[in-house]
Write a protein that binds this ligand. Structure first.
Ligand code: 13P
Length: 252
């Protein structure tokens, strides 16, 4: 049996003001009944410090940033560094989300650097990959996702790779209400795990948590999480409602 973590991660994206976010996080803390699921709240930077206080001491609930600059520090006005993040107790960083790839031009070379600095500072990357509808319809989605993973992550040592969480997020399923079927998610996750096994060996592949993201809701989470290679979800819209998100946490 694989010992890899079951993970329910929320990605609040650019939502939730300071007070709203605190209320939501408190409700999530109160509503999470599972201690065997790693719960991660991916919050805007303004929330990181107060999350440390709200989530502090609960061993299976963690906070993630949604981005991190690739340099240690210096004259990069408006950016947030890895040491900024660790100074407020951040343990995970979402990297390579399709919205950052699309709107901020983030590609493999940059994501490789961001991955390195996040790991160097002792945090864990949640590395997103996924194809758009055109690629899916062409049937080259496995090739594209494999390339995204190889180009940004396969320079890592085995020890470092084991700290990475993969999130497969087909762009056509993000925020659209159209979820990949459980079988479509399983097929891609199985291929991703095989790719990891080929590079790092079966044990590392077996230990890597691979999350599905794209319109995960209480109504479909159970079926998705029941798939042998789907180790959890990266949840956007439904993570903004405490009731929905805690139901998703309970769906494993
Ligand atoms: P939705 O759950 O809103 O489709 O968003 C998915 C996502 O992008 C999570 O990172």
């Amino acid at each position: 049996m694989a010992k890899r973590k079951k993970i329910a991660a929320g990605n609040w994206k650019m939502n939730m003001g300071y007070e709203e976010g605190r209320i939501l996080a408190r409700k999530v803390v109160d509503g999470v009944v599972r201690s065997d699921v790693t719960v991660i709240l991916g919050v805007p930077f303004i929330h990181l410090k107060s999350m440390e206080n709200i989530l502090g001491g609960i061993s299976n609930i963690h906070v993630a940033a949604q981005n991190c600059h690739q340099e240690e520090g210096g004259a990069y006005t408006g950016e947030i560094s890895a040491s900024h993040l660790t100074s407020v107790g951040t343990s995970y960083v979402i990297l390579g989300h399709s919205e950052r790839r699309e709107y901020f031009g983030e590609g493999a070379a940059l994501l490789a650097k961001k991955t390195d600095i996040v790991l160097k500072h002792g945090m864990k990357p949640i590395f997103c990959c996924g194809e758009n509808l055109e690629i899916r319809e062409k049937g080259t989605h496995v090739k594209l996702v494999s390339k995204q993973i190889k180009d940004a992550l396969f320079h890592l040592s085995d020890e470092d790779f084991r700290k990475v969480v993969i999130a497969y997020e087909p762009i056509w399923a993000i925020g659209t209400g159209v979820t990949a079927s459980a079988q479509q998610a399983q097929d891609m996750h199985k291929d991703i795990r095989a790719l990891i096994a080929k590079k790092y060996g079966a044990e590392t592949a077996d230990l890597t948590s691979i999350l599905y993201g794209g319109s995960v809701k209480p109504a479909n989470a159970k079926e998705l999480f029941a798939m042998p290679d789907v180790d959890g979800g990266l949840v956007g819209g439904a993570s903004l409602k405490a009731g929905d998100f805690t139901q998703i946490v309970a769906a494993f």
